[in-house]
Every structure is written in structure tokens, then in C-alpha cells.
Design a protein around this ligand. Sequence first.
Ligand code: AMP
Ligand code: MG
Length: 564
Amino acid sequence: MSDPSASHAAALPRVSLPGTAAPRFDNRLLAELPGDAETGPRRREVRAALWSRVAPEPVRAPQLLAFSHEVAESLGLDEAALRSDALRDVLAGNALLPGMDPFASNYGGHQFGHWAGQLGDGRAISLGEQVAADGRRFEWQLKGAGPTPYARFADGRAVLRSSIREFLCSEAMHHLGVPTTRALSLVATGEAVMRDVMYDGHPAPEPSAVVCRIAPSFLRFGHFELPAVRGETELLRQLADFAIARDFPEFRSVSATDAQTFETRYADWFAEVCARTARMVAEWMRVGFVHGVMNSDNMSILGLTIDYGPYGWVDDYDPDWTPNTTDAQGRRYRFGWQPAVARWNLMRLAQALSPLFGDAAPLQAGIDRFGEVYAEADRDITARKLGLAVCRDEDVALIRELYALMHASEADMTLSFRALADVAPQAGQARAPADASLADASADAFARCPALRAAFYDHTKREAQAEGWRDWLQRYAARLADDALPPDIRAAHMAAANPLYVLRNYMPQQAIDLAEQGDLSELHTLQDLLRQPYTAQPGRERYAALRPDWARERVGCSMLSCSS
Ligand code: AMP
Ligand code: MG
């Protein structure tokens, strides 16, 4: 076919990195799955294909604002490479490394409960799939690198503010121990784009940026939904076989010779996707993360947190809270609904995969697995957060009551859990034989624990619930007295399950305000702070404090739209 843009990628210079770094790319998705015959960014419907070749569009004045040392190290990038103009140009979309073969992938998705048709990587361009020296796979993907066939009416770019938010949060989540895509770099483009931040008819120019995201795979539920909806069953089967072979090595060795074995393998794999999704969402609930746009195109097949948009962090505990003003009406993606929404998305995936199955039983088994794994993870998290050796049935009720109290009294989720550790060891030291005296000693724990008393946003509400807190703390102390963990181990468990520092909603906004004026200090401080979210860092007490009053109802802090 005539190909006006065949020279599109060829037009980008190929550069080599100085030093020892020479990443090796094998680009299996392009090699093994059907692609689009046309290349280049002309907007179009792409059928019977899972990807389109398209190159990043170069930017005027690329500037490396931040990068993750840890990610760079995994990729084998040394200091010389990190300091080079060559790498900066690659991360801006102005150049390619040898072996890179840029493409955008094709997917659909359910947005806010409704089928949305073809979506695809509208502004994400994958540069290549790296195989590191240790065999691990790392796909390099630029977000905001220019339009692709899937850009529809938009410009293919991302603003600096949303790029800072993605860069900081994905790395913070990793260090919190939550499965996530990573961010290698944040590059300013030196160009502006127009955005209407609150969708209220006030578009304005904003600086744009490019984030280089890294993950073993960027396959989403929506990649399977689109061929399924279009009746492209062979393509769907190819994609499932590919995903299993490349991304789920544990299932690769199952030799599949007849239809029966194939189906068993798909069933085991789907159950694994369900299990990983359950663990991921349970971790979100542990740290107080609200994704904000859990559309099925934003759900990773690997169970990684992906697509950081109008996400938020719970300050005062509130299961009904959502940071996303675009979702303010239905609040579909509110904090407390995330497990149910994850399950709903898995049902959409099950529906998409159903042509690969003779009957629905194995898919139902996968959905059931989600429930089992979530319940298991939730109990494990309950034990760790409360500092218990095991989670008994009554402990599930105990933590629910704690959440109810936090909600009613506007307690800060992060600070309250952290403060519990101050109560716990005192109780632990007084372990049996004197259970009764222990309960007495802690009857007053609420009054005596300044860290806990300081974890409230509204002192009137705190005092109104004081009786409830005293009662709860007494029962908690009694429960600890009946628990096997020695106090020092308990304290260690609690400190490892309850972060001290999270990316409170106002924090990235402060980094953004300064970065827009050319001051990167706060961006770098936050990046460094969130490398050790469980460890007290002297001099950084203000990050382990209540959300400041001014941030309560501020755009960018508590109110975010999908505009990015
Ligand atoms: P999101 O809400 O960020 O998950 O995006 C939903 C869809 O819109 C995806 O297909 C994105 O690639 C696409 N999209 C979002 N913003 C842009 C943009 N500025 N340019 C092109 N496509 C975009
Ligand atoms: Mg998305």
C-alpha cells in the first residue's frame, strides 16, 4: 500500500549511548502479532490489527527534569548514559536507540460503565521491548510523545502537571510495595499545549512534557475487549496466546495440544489475572490510593497500577471520596468501590474471552478466585496494619469498626494507623498474665496518645466520637494481649504496613506550581522522600502531617478532572 509516512520513524536520528549501556530490544509484540498495514499518525479505525507503527514527533527544546535511578539501574543505564544528550533525546521522542521500533497499540474499553469502542494509545508510543541482561523484560513507552492513529480529536501531548503527577506517583507506589508501572524519566518539551483544566470553557496554554514509562507489558483488559466486540476471534486467540507466552512464563510450559488443554491454560491464566488484580486493589486500599478512572482500558493484564490521571490519596478516611470531578455525579470510582469496580472490569474481560471457552464455568471460577484472593489479601493486610500475628474473623469486624470511627470523626487514615503503633507496644509489654490490668491501663489510651489525638481534622467531631475511640482502643488492647507477636516484631510489622509518607493530593501540586516557574526543588524532594515511605526522615515532618486547610477544596489538590 502507498505509505506516505514510511519515512516517519526513519526521519528520527538513531543515536548510541556513551559508556557501557546498549539496551537490547526484541520487540516481540510487533514480530508476533498482526499489525496495521499503514504507518504514521493519520487518525483512523484500525481493524484486524493490534498495533500501528508510528514515530514520536520531535519536540523543540527537550530538558530532562527528573529520572528514577532505580529504574535506570534495572535497565542497565549507567551514569554516562544518564548524563548524555543522546538519552535525553530518546526520552523526548527526538531520537531512537538501535533496535527501537516505535508503535502505538490498539485497544477498546468500557469507560464509566459504557462500551467506548476503539480507544488505543492516543498519545503513548512504545519505543521497544528491552530484554535486560538478567532476562527481565522492560517495554519503554513515551506518554505525550505526539499523535498516533488512536489520538482521535486530541493532540497526542500531555501537560507538565499531569506528567509530574504520573512520574511521582508511579515511583511512590513502587516504593510503597504496590504493583505498578514505573517511570524512568520526565522530560519537558519546551512547547505549550492548550488545555481547559476544569472543562469550564477557559482553555489556556500549558507547558507539555513526556514521561517514559516502563513495564514488562502494557497490555490492558481493553486490548482483549476490542477484537472480541468486533468478532475478530482469531485475533483474540492470538493475543491471548501471545500474552501467556510473553508475560506469564509460569503458564508457558503447559504444552497445549488439543482444545481441552488450550482451554485449561486460558482458564488458569484468567484466574491468575483475577488474582493479581485482587492483590493490586487490596494494596490500594491498604495505602489509601484512589485511582480515579478505573475504566477497563486502564486495567493492566499484569495487575499493575497503570495510567495515573486524576488519582488521589485519602486524607480523612472516607470510602465515598473521589478526587475525579469528571466522576462527581455517579462517583463510580470512589475509594470504597474500587474492589467492586475491579471485579466488574474482570467480568468485562471474562465476557471478551468467552469465545475462547466452550462454557462459562472456567470464567466464573476466575471471577470467584478474585473474591477469594481479595478476601485473603484483605485479612493479611488487616493483620499487618493492626500488628496481629493472624487475622481472626472478629478482627475483620474490629478493623471495620475502626474505619467507621475514622470516617465519623474525620480522622486522617495515614496518621491514625501510624499512631496505633504508639498504643500497641505499651499494650504488648503488659501481655499476660495481667489482661485485666492491661485493659485498665489502656482505658485512657485515647487521652494519652498525642499522635492519635493529632490525627483529626475536626476536634469537635473527634470529641463527639471520643467514647467510641476509647471503647475501640480498649478492645484493641485486649486483642493485642491475646496475640502471639512480641512487641518489637509487632512494631516492625505495623511500620512496614502503614506508611508515614504518602503523596497527599496537595504535595504534587506544590511541586507543579514551582516546576512551572522553573524550580524543580520540590519535585526532587518529593521523589526522594517517597523512596522510603515507611521510614521517619528527620527534617521532613511536615510531609507526615495533616493536609493543610488551604488544600481542602483547591483545584489540583482535592479536585482533579481528566484533563491532562
Ligand atoms: P485516559 O482517560 O487518559 O485513560 O485516556 C483515554 C483515551 O484517550 C486513551 O485512548 C488515550 O490515549 C486518549 N487520550 C487522552 N488524552 C489524549 C491526548 N492528549 N491526545 C491523544 N489521545 C489522548
Ligand atoms: Mg488510559
